[in-house]
Design a protein around this ligand. Structure first.
Ligand SMILES: Nc1nc2c(c(=O)[nH]1)N[C@H]1C(S)=C(S)[C@@H](COP(=O)(O)O)O[C@H]1N2
Ligand SMILES: [Mo]
Length: 429
């Protein structure tokens, strides 16, 4: 692969047009994507001609979605570490103050569309198949993957909707989806086989364009009863060959059930949905692929965006979070060590600035990790408040691409990629 492969990957808009053209030529699958969605995408790309009459209708589920609860998550979710949100569990960011660079499994957020399946690693296998392979594809057992050269990646997994609740609480805007604060992120040391090795061993052809990993968890049924099938999202082959791994270890232990056991994808820097858990099969296609997770979801919709939405989201944005409870009470005339973390899906973190007076004055935080791409940095600053009463503490990061967290994020209806500085309330007593 050329070393500048990342540049190619970034241009999802062009890639998307290529996908759509191939689809029009009858060479792409769009199972589970509604006709309305494809029309919208085609119109946007100026390609809305000769629309095929036969698109598969989306299936209707016979029953309603089971009621939301954090049931379905296997590990314990003590209240001091987690806030349950439907089928998901958010890490309480303040609890990370007691952890190191990597988030222990005990504290790592869980985002499940349905519930955690319990798979037997002894019988699990990964099927790699599709038109982008020469030959009939092949299966890999866990032992097969473990025999391949192992690589370790220290990186975060972060939900695209992390910070979503601040669109409403800070900007007064309506958004749909799980009302995360800033705890839909964790960083771990992931170890596994290179997806590139697995694809090449499976007979990857030069004309392969998309890779579609699919989870073994239950089919996902939306609140209105539409069955979208199993969780899956196309990944451009360039990214798949770059730095993606099939991880079987997390922080030196076998991958735990809630985080994708026995094997999940880790797609560094990209939004969490790319890192498919409990992966069971991967379709490699010489035709572009669609799923609801790159058409309806994980694009930006709203007044600032074209009607068909933005191109599919790929990289994460830039954020900072403070390791203090919301509305913490801190005694005056005492020195406090404020700690937190900042991260970016683009460059590495260059600096973090802190304000303890609602943005009037700022100072540089001290960084405690060497900033690395696709990972977060811990930082600290000391603060000796003298005036009692409510105030707002702010952390604002800048990355090496020159991107600085803004004071407001452009609205999008699904509340993705919130990157504004969060106004963290603190009361000095
Ligand atoms: N099979 C499958 N993979 C999945 C999901 C899922 O529900 N099913 N959720 C995705 C989303 S939206 C996110 S943010 C991450 C969360 O990973 P975690 O639960 O290990 O923190 O997993 C992704 N992979
Ligand atoms: Mo997510």
């Amino acid at each position: 692969m050329p070393t500048d492969v990342r540049e190619t990957v970034v241009d999802e808009a062009a890639y998307d047009r290529r996908r759509l053209r191939q689809w029009l030529a009858g060479r792409a699958h769009a199972d589970g994507v509604t006709r309305r969605d494809l029309m919208r995408l085609l119109a946007a790309a100026g390609l809305a001609t000769g629309l095929p009459a036969t698109l598969p209708a989306t299936a209707r589920a016979a029953t309603d979605t089971p009621s939301a609860s954090a049931a379905g998550i296997v590990k314990p979710l003590p209240e001091e570490w987690f806030t349950a949100r439907g089928t998901n569990a958010e890490t309480n960011f303040a609890s990370l103050a007691a952890t190191g660079h990597h988030t222990p499994v005990s504290h790592f957020f869980v985002r499940n569309h349905t519930s955690t399946p319990l798979l037997d690693p002894a019988t699990w296998k990964l099927t790699v198949q599709g038109s982008g392979l020469a030959g009939g594809g092949r299966d890999f057992t866990l032992a097969d993957l473990e025999r391949l050269p192992a690589v370790t990646r220290s990186c975060f997994v972060e939900c695209a909707g992390n910070g979503r609740s601040y669109f409403t609480s800070q900007q007064g805007q309506n958004v749909s989806g799980t009302a995360w604060t800033l705890g839909a992120i964790g960083s771990a040391r992931w170890r596994g086989a290179r997806l590139a090795d697995v694809l090449r061993m499976s007979g990857l052809r030069r004309d392969a364009v998309d890779v579609l990993p699919r989870g073994l968890d239950a089919e996902y049924v939306t609140a209105d009863g539409t069955n979208l099938g199993r969780v899956r999202r196309p990944l451009p082959v360039a990214k798949a060959l770059d730095d993606v791994i099939l991880a079987y270890e997390m922080n030196g232990e076998p991958l735990p059930p809630d985080h994708g056991a026995p094997v999940r994808l880790i797609v560094p820097s990209w939004i969490g949905i790319a890192s498919i858990k409990w992966v069971g099969d991967i379709e490699v296609s010489s035709e572009p692929l669609f799923s609801p997770w790159n058409t309806d979801f994980y694009r930006l919709f709203g007044d600032a965006y074209p009607p068909e939405g933005s191109s599919p989201l790929s990289r994460q944005t830039i954020k900072s979070a403070i390791e203090l409870p919301w509305n913490a009470h801190l005694p005056a005339h005492t020195s406090h060590r404020l700690t937190g973390r900042s991260w970016s899906g683009a460059g590495t973190i260059a600096r973090v600035e802190i304000s303890t007076d609602a943005g009037h004055t700022w100072r540089r935080a001290r960084l405690h990790d060497t900033p690395r791409r696709a990972d977060w940095v811990r930082w600290s600053t000391s603060w000796r408040p003298t005036t009692t009463g409510p105030t707002t503490v702010l952390a604002q990061a800048t990355d090496t691409t020159g991107r600085t967290q803004p004071s407001a994020t452009q609205h999008n209806t699904q509340g993705y990629l919130f990157d504004a500085v969060v106004q963290h309330p603190v009361t000095v007593v």
